[in-house]
Write a protein that binds this ligand. Sequence first.
Ligand SMILES: C[S@@+](CC[C@H](N)C(=O)[O-])C[C@H]1O[C@@H](n2cnc3c(N)ncnc32)[C@H](O)[C@@H]1O
Length: 327
Amino acid sequence: MPNEADTIHITADGSITLKDIETGELFHNRAGAYTEALVNFVQPLYLHKHAVEKQEYAVMDVCFGLGYNTFALLTELAQLPSKIERVQVVAIEKNELPLRHLNDVLNDKRFVPLNDAMKNSCPALFDGEIGKHHFSIVGYGAGGSSSKEIRVEINLIREDLRQVIPRLANDADFIGSFDAIFHDAFSPLRAPYLWTVDLFQCYKRLLKNYQGNNPGGRVVTYSAASAVRSALEQCGFCIRRTEALGAKNGGTLAILTDGEAGIQVGDEALELLEHEVLKMHGRPGVPHRDPTFQDTWKNIQIAREAEQDVLFPVPKVNYSPRRRRRK
Ligand SMILES: C[S@@+](CC[C@H](N)C(=O)[O-])C[C@H]1O[C@@H](n2cnc3c(N)ncnc32)[C@H](O)[C@@H]1O
């Protein structure tokens, strides 16, 4: 059994991350845990365009882990002139281990103002205690000149996302209530059951819908896998890519629009490249499915391969030696 201390790694931007004992995966891109939160998750939200005019902004942080995505979001929001008065975060995390390191993450110098705002109001969050935590951060008013208070609630839920997401997607208090969902699960290769069409259908119900010409809520993830993009597309999201970070491809941004009529998703959205579209609509893009939210890794893979073989049969290769023609 590895020592817990062995699981901590320092990334290239100086921020800490963990290595998952079960999957062997780092929680973050080696280029930086903080940088990944910013580039792969917060920047694709285009807060200066989609958040600043709202009074309330609600986010679901799925696979909260060390909390970087939420902490980077709050840090960015505090620096933007906006009308925002209240931010609500529903944070879902299955394991206790990363939550025990929230204190270490919040001691990063980039989170000093956030740490100052939180330490007296919600010391229990530093210890990863589940439940609702309340505090206020200082932000700028819409004109940018005066400072104001933004009230924040972080509701930390410690549960398997396959149990909690379908439940919330059937709860009137949560349906259509989120501006954005951060999806930061371990990779689809290691954990296909966390990247299914069925899960993303729930996300669609949880996000705010488009209104008039304004696009609705968005899902952001670091993954650029074709099967992930097509799963989101099959749920009716408009698919874009996000900026690349380090040695990795850019991730994915999925936006709720009216589909056919094609709401302009705006200049922030990077179109998929031609080869990405081809892959998404080909064999690699056949998505994972898990309608009961409890199927095994193996069954999900077997069912996907069967669907791939029906939709995109691979020509059988005959390995028997060719007969030589007589001259
Ligand atoms: C790639 S890390 C996420 C990193 C995180 N967003 C951060 O800022 O540190 C994946 C996280 O998913 C959690 N996790 C794994 N399986 C889960 C599940 N079934 N439901 C909810 N969380 C899960 C892991 O414990 C880990 O914290």
